[in-house]
Ligand binder design. Structure first.
Ligand code: ADP
Ligand code: 5GP
Length: 205
């Protein structure tokens, strides 16, 4: 009897802020029970409506540095002047219970994670499980409109996010998949198809 073993996924999604990653990921998490979101730590203050432990663990700079020293992070990076880090415990908890893990990482974090997985033999299982997706906006003008209409960031913050977006988008080819998020329904269908296809992948490297 033929069957695929080890089909647990470690799925990384990157996108410039405002490209639609949260919208797409929330829908994916609502549809797929086997998908666990890895809640990151950040030193950024919460935006209106964000909850500690659900969106992020909002921690101080001091606690973030203590956690780096303790080796608690699988990867971490500085983005828009704040620290963001993925807790090893969040990822391992998911993998060990046979669930897929969805991680929201910036381009530096995804780059570092790929490098770590390549370098460490003991992470072979994680490396085999790894798949990454870049979500791009159709244009910088559209991205600006989305950031403004979301209405969660002050003007100067939006300016900084746009400056960074072009640099981030230039790195799309480092990823296994690219979704240009123009029409939301089309993008969501592509995203869910990727998740399903990854579970049926035979060649893992
Ligand atoms: P991110 O998590 O990448 O920062 P969000 O998911 O918060 O982005 O989306 C930014 C804004 O753009 C939100 O107001 C969201 O409703 C809207 N949005 C997301 N995808 C689309 C799309 N395909 N078409 C139009 N608006 C979108
Ligand atoms: P935001 O402040 O808009 O929620 O996120 C800003 C950026 O930080 C986004 O590009 C997001 O992907 C990234 N990010 C969120 N969590 C992590 C993390 O744990 N590690 C890294 N490297 N980036 C993260």
């Amino acid at each position: 009897m033929i069957s695929l073993e080890n089909t647990t996924l470690l799925c990384v999604i990157s996108a410039p802020s405002g490209a639609g990653k949260t919208t797409l990921c929330e829908r994916l998490l609502a549809e797929f029970d086997q998908l666990n979101y890895s809640v990151s730590c950040t030193t950024r203050p919460p935006r209106p409506g964000e909850e500690n432990g659900k969106d992020y663990y909002f921690i101080s700079e001091t606690e973030f540095h203590e956690r780096i020293q303790q080796g608690d992070f699988l990867e971490y990076a500085s983005v828009h002047g704040y620290q963001y880090g993925t807790l090893k415990s969040q990822v391992l908890q998911g993998i060990e219970t046979g669930k897929d893990v969805l991680m929201d990482l910036d381009v530096q974090g995804a780059f570092r994670l790929r490098r770590t997985l390549h370098a460490n033999q003991e992470d072979a299982l994680l490396k085999q499980s790894y798949a990454d997706i870049f979500i791009a906006p159709p244009s910088i003008e559209t991205l600006e409109k989305r950031l403004r209409s979301r209405g969660k960031d002050p003007k100067d913050v939006i300016g900084r996010r746009l400056d960074r977006a072009e640099k981030e988008c230039a790195r799309w080819s480092e990823y296994r998949y690219l979704i240009v998020n123009d029409d939301l329904e089309t993008s969501y269908n592509i995203l869910r198809s990727i998740l399903i296809a990854e579970h049926h992948r035979v060649r893992k490297s």
